[in-house]
Design a binder for this molecule. Sequence first.
Ligand SMILES: O=P(O)(O)OC[C@H]1O[C@](O)(CO)[C@@H](O)[C@@H]1O
Length: 528
Amino acid sequence: MDAKALWQRYQNWLYFHEGLGLYLDVSRMRFDDAFVESLQPKFDKAFADMAQLEKGAIANPDENRMVGHYWLRNPDLAPTPELTQEIVQTLEQIEAFAEKVQTGAIHPPRANRFTDVISIGIGGSALGPEFVAEALAPDFPPLKIHFIDNSDPAGIDRTLNHLRNNLASTLVLVISKSGGTPEPRNGMIEVKKAYAGHNLDFAQYAVAITSPDSNLDKVAKSESWLARFPMYDWVGGRTSEMSAVGLVPAALQGIDIRAMLDGAKEMDDATRVPDVKNNPAALLALSWYFSGNGRGEKDMVVLPYKDSLLLFSRYLQQLVMESLGKEKDLDGNIVHQGIAVYGNKGSTDQHAYVQQLREGVPNFFATLIEVLEDRKGPSPEIDPGVTAGDYLSGFLQGTRQALYENQRDSITVTIPQVNARTVGALIALYERAVGLYGILVNINAYHQPGVEAGKKAAAAILDLQSRVLAVLQKETTALSVEQIAEKAGAADQVEAIYKILRHLHTNQRGIVLQGNLGQPSSLKVSAS
Ligand SMILES: O=P(O)(O)OC[C@H]1O[C@](O)(CO)[C@@H](O)[C@@H]1O
């Protein structure tokens, strides 16, 4: 296509949301009108199903759940007055709590103010809060946030070491919808021990965000924690940023949560429009479908050209891949759906993997996120008449053009600045695009059966570890790994047992391995 035709295509397909100042450009996705027309029946169904979902239909059939994250930013849409009231009340409670913490009306036993907050959670109970903190937290927030989002002992130590002089003024959020996920539970138990080690009463620092009556909720209630906020059954982890999961940490950092909700609501209104060309989420879903033939054949590379949006790609990775990565469709057919998402930030990635994007395997489409405002206030000149922001803007345009010239497609999302409204809008835009795409390819975008398999396998390994330890505690002579496996009644698990033993040995956990470490079958194992 020549420059004139491209300029025309750009204008034909440009979506602009006036209230948000948000542009979506899908002109560099090379679909034609016939393709758009061919998808119209699928989109008719997607818009109709989405309307039912918003009215409270059971849109997650496996788990028999409603899908209500859209109600969080427009509580009047909730299907019952009780739900509306619950959403409104929780929001008010969050704001009141954050204000009291910030003013010192709620303060720790040995200090006038809370200065820091540790947020413990994983997946949907961490990625949204982490993304929003990076994007929106002021440089000098009323409370500085730190995250524990893994079961990595060294990672936990690192966070606690940073805070060792401030632990007495550090609030702890324990976030888990189910209230039973091992990683946040481990984090909570370790942090609790650290508080006890400093003679601090954990309950006076701890806040639970979880489903009412979950195990976590029961612990928080019985130990009289500082506060408890509800996470609803009808909000999935990966779409929970606008529930207490995201709003409590955001509010504590002084982020304008009402503006974030407003931005999301405005975007929801725009993405409810049942007209592909005038609905930015539908345009995204259309582009994804086109690029990967509705089978995820191409990866989504997300490149925000703004440091504060660094974690957007990681956030989208869960939202897109946990939602769309499914073995079966809604009719039970094996389909192996999904879209792989990765990315970091522009122009940094220009000097990392963009070489492959431009010239290597053409197995992706790019999503460039552009922010029009360079910074607050004027910029110094780097060269005569040129600022660092001009360079960044030039790099974005240059990458888009260089990719297109080599038949690599891209989408560009442009926002005027990174603020609570635009971040809320971006989250809502992608939530809806994922929902629509899920319907286009006929999968349940709201469950995650695959994750359960890994969780069960991990639990089985821990069970095996106890059996192995029980065997070794009874033994007086050293045994080979095979003999241990035999005695533990797990002869077919010898490799897993070897790895358990190696881990225990390395961490001085009372297991001694003797022999050639490079030849597992030569090892003699004993309990010390
Ligand atoms: O909030 P929870 O229940 O601890 O779950 C954390 C994460 O684990 C998953 O259930 C599975 O990875 C995610 O969907 C969820 O975001």
